[in-house]
Write a new protein. Structure first.
Length: 323
């Protein structure tokens, strides 16, 4: 495709337009496109990149979280490190939100994971369990999924599956869907609902938007194939537990909330998964935001609109409160 510069449309908020503007250089090249990515075999290079990226992720999540007040307790559940965030204003003490962080399946742990759990706890008025899952290069697949499964099974035992919400952004959306597929295969009950924010559910990158939104997405301007191969660690990229888009869907899947944007590199992931769930007879709602890149606009009115939709969805998925 020819190089081109696509201006921010007037159809989005001034704040969203500003975010798209500052995310590119004077020539229109996304700033995120300038960073070199190590090869899957360069484990030392990935470890160095993790240090820098995790610091950036933590700062970004703190900026989005603002003045969160939820209390954090870090503990172990099986092989997994989890951050349990309890909001001051807890509206549903009988339910839990399991938050699976993003970061290309390689980044976003530690401080970013803790702050994300606090943000979700305050937003939904629920105890939020942030799973600080193990990641490559030291812990490739299936370590992250094993951690998510251990935490999910624990929360089902403690709260009941109908009072567990699974939520994931980007890489976390991959793990949320993979957890549902594996839980079904292992005979566990499925959660009350699942939130999938621009989910990274196709590590083969077969969708149309991996081409049409290349360098248009100012957050994820290029292929993530190197990190995909690093995560898979030799497993087939098309395996349903690695790329959940290729799993078998069913009508009894939990209600799903799927979100993307017209400039999101993962737009095809999201719309293809939505159609697959609908064809299977499952309940799934799709929210595609105008000109939104991967991960949102960083606090623009559109992001607040999305947050309100999420609160409504989670509330509606949960059964009446146990008293």
């Amino acid at each position: 495709m020819d190089e081109r510069t696509i201006p921010a449309p007037a159809s989005i908020s001034a704040e969203a337009q500003g975010m798209l503007h500052v995310a590119v250089n004077d020539d229109g090249t996304p700033r995120n496109a300038l960073y070199p990515v190590p090869s899957p075999e360069d484990h030392d290079g990935w470890r160095q990149m993790q240090i820098a990226a995790n610091k950036h992720y933590a700062e970004a999540v703190r900026g989005l979280a603002g003045n969160t007040t939820a209390r954090i307790e870090t503990r172990r559940i099986g092989p997994a490190t989890v951050h349990m965030a309890t909001p001051d204003d807890i509206r549903r003490p009988d339910a839990v939100y399991v938050d699976l962080h993003g970061g290309a399946l390689v980044f976003g742990g530690g401080d970013a994971c803790r702050e994300s759990a606090r943000l979700q706890a305050d937003q939904h008025g629920l105890v939020c369990c942030g799973v600080d899952y193990r990641m490559p290069p030291d812990h490739p697949y299936p370590a992250a999924l094993d951690d998510c499964m251990a935490v999910y099974a624990h929360m089902v035992d403690r709260y009941g599956a109908d009072r567990v919400i699974l939520g994931g952004r980007s890489a976390g959306g991959n793990l949320a869907m993979a957890t549902i597929l594996r839980a079904r295969d292992e005979g566990l009950p499925l959660p009350a609902g699942v939130v999938l924010l621009s989910p990274q559910v196709d590590l083969t990158e077969s969708g149309d938007s991996f081409q049409t939104n290349r360098t248009v997405d100012v957050v994820l301007p290029k292929s993530l194939m190197s990190s995909n191969l690093l995560y898979a660690g030799g497993a087939a990229l098309a395996h349903p537990y690695v790329s959940p888009l290729f799993g078998e869907m069913a009508a009894d899947f939990p209600p799903a909330f799927l979100q993307s944007g017209t400039r999101d590199l993962f737009l095809s992931n999201t719309v293809r998964l939505h159609r697959k769930l609908r064809r299977a007879g499952a309940t799934a709602e799709l929210h595609v935001f105008e000109a939104m890149p991967h991960g949102g606009f960083g606090g623009a009115p559109e992001d607040l609109e999305l947050a309100a939709e999420l609160v409504r969805f989670v509330r509606d998925c949960l059964p009446p409160q146990v008293r």
